[in-house]
Ligand binder design. Structure first.
Ligand SMILES: NC(=O)c1ccc[n+]([C@@H]2O[C@H](COP(=O)([O-])OP(=O)(O)OC[C@H]3O[C@@H](n4cnc5c(N)ncnc54)[C@H](OP(=O)(O)O)[C@@H]3O)[C@@H](O)[C@H]2O)c1
Length: 325
């Protein structure tokens, strides 16, 4: 199906603009005065409230909606709050997608996640492999909500000729990420653990899992740029991956981070803790054909992230920066 409204757009509503990905998107689009960013904090607009979302979209009339919102977290939080993960993510996606259609916004960018691919999957993973096997159980409620979001987009496109696309980013890291150990993904949690061990002069750090799993780590600002390229150029109905083009073993990542923060002790692996999927490496050939290529390699991205952590992590500065939008 061909899409109607790719190409030119000005007014962008970033849902979740104070979050990790939303903040990177806001930074990215704010650099170019051709764009006008619309935003609302959670206190101003609860995205699980259907009526409120519709009223907001009807009033603001964006050209494009970017759904950078969600209930997001690591293995522990997913396991503790499975109902919140499925319910809140389903509600936010459904309200934004249905609301955009109902109020006449034809272009929307929704986010999937690498965890929506089957746990055991040919690598690198391509979108035709989605829903061909069982997904990883540790974050199943979250992944099912994300798959529903993807299907909502394609269904509205088919029935209503909207132009809603789903981008599937790999494991993102960068400035503005959460370093709260309850919620953090692998990169921020390793940075914080090694930094604190180094500060306390510890001789050993114990990390969860065997360290053998492989992931595709992408700097968050690179995703923001990919989103602009997709919104301008992509009109396919197939979801599109955005990955770094390289798969890195968690052990290798831990060594890189330990060296970067100056931790010289031993790393122990607690193999009683789960590895998750053995590998999640995204094929990014389609987005690369559109002219996107990641600008930040893992080493320099980690340095930028650590610099941000040292300066901000305890002060919630990112929220203050983005709250002023
Ligand atoms: N991080 C990754 O590695 C990654 C990878 C692939 C895909 N994604 C996708 O990217 C999107 C954003 O993830 P993220 O990592 O940026 O998460 P995040 O930092 O937790 O940000 C989520 C944002 O959603 C907002 N939000 C949550 N519930 C809300 C509600 N009921 N009403 C209004 N706003 C609400 C949060 O508001 P507050 O600021 O008030 O908390 C926050 O701004 C998600 O769809 C996620 O699946 C992320």
């Amino acid at each position: 199906m061909s899409i109607i409204s790719k190409g030119h757009f000005k007014k962008i509503y970033i849902a979740g603009h104070r979050g990790f990905v939303g903040c990177a998107l806001a930074r990215h689009f704010a650099k170019n005065s051709a764009f006008e960013i619309i935003a609302a904090t959670r206190e101003q607009l609860d995205l699980t409230d259907q009526k409120a979302v519709e009223a907001f979209l009807a009033q603001t009339k964006p050209d494009v909606v970017i759904a950078a919102c969600g209930k997001v977290g690591g293995i522990h939080t997913n396991a503790t709050y499975p109902a919140d993960f499925i319910y809140q993510n389903l509600m936010m996606e459904a309200n934004l997608i249905h609301g955009a259609w109902k109020t006449g916004t034809k272009r929307l960018l929704n986010f999937g996640s690498a965890c929506i691919y089957p746990k055991i999957c040919t690598q690198p993973m391509t979108p035709d492999l989605l829903m061909t096997g069982k997904i990883e159980t540790t974050n199943e409620p979250y992944a099912i909500a994300k798959l529903a979001g993807l299907s909502l987009c394609t269904s509205y496109n088919k029935q209503y000729e909207t132009s809603f696309i789903t981008a599937i980013p790999s494991n993102l890291y960068g400035p503005g990420d959460s370093f709260d150990l309850e919620k953090a993904h692998v990169v921020p949690s390793l940075i914080r653990k090694f930094h604190e061990a180094m500060m306390k002069g510890l001789s050993e750090v114990t990390l969860w899992s065997s360290g053998q799993a492989k992931r595709d780590f992408l700097f968050v600002d690179d995703v923001a740029w990919a989103c602009e390229i997709l919104l301008k150029n992509y009109d396919g109905i197939t979801p599109i991956n955005i990955g770094a083009g390289k798969s890195t073993m968690i052990k290798e990542l831990a060594d890189l981070i330990a060296e970067m923060v100056g931790f010289r002790g031993r790393i122990q692996w607690d193999t009683s803790k789960p590895d998750g999927a053995p590998e999640r490496f995204l094929s990014s050939s389609e987005v690369r054909k559109l002219g996107w290529i990641p600008q930040t390699d893992l080493k320099s991205g980690l340095q930028k992230t650590y610099g941000w952590f040292l300066k901000n992590w305890a002060r919630e500065e990112k929220r203050e920066q983005c709250a002023s939008l």
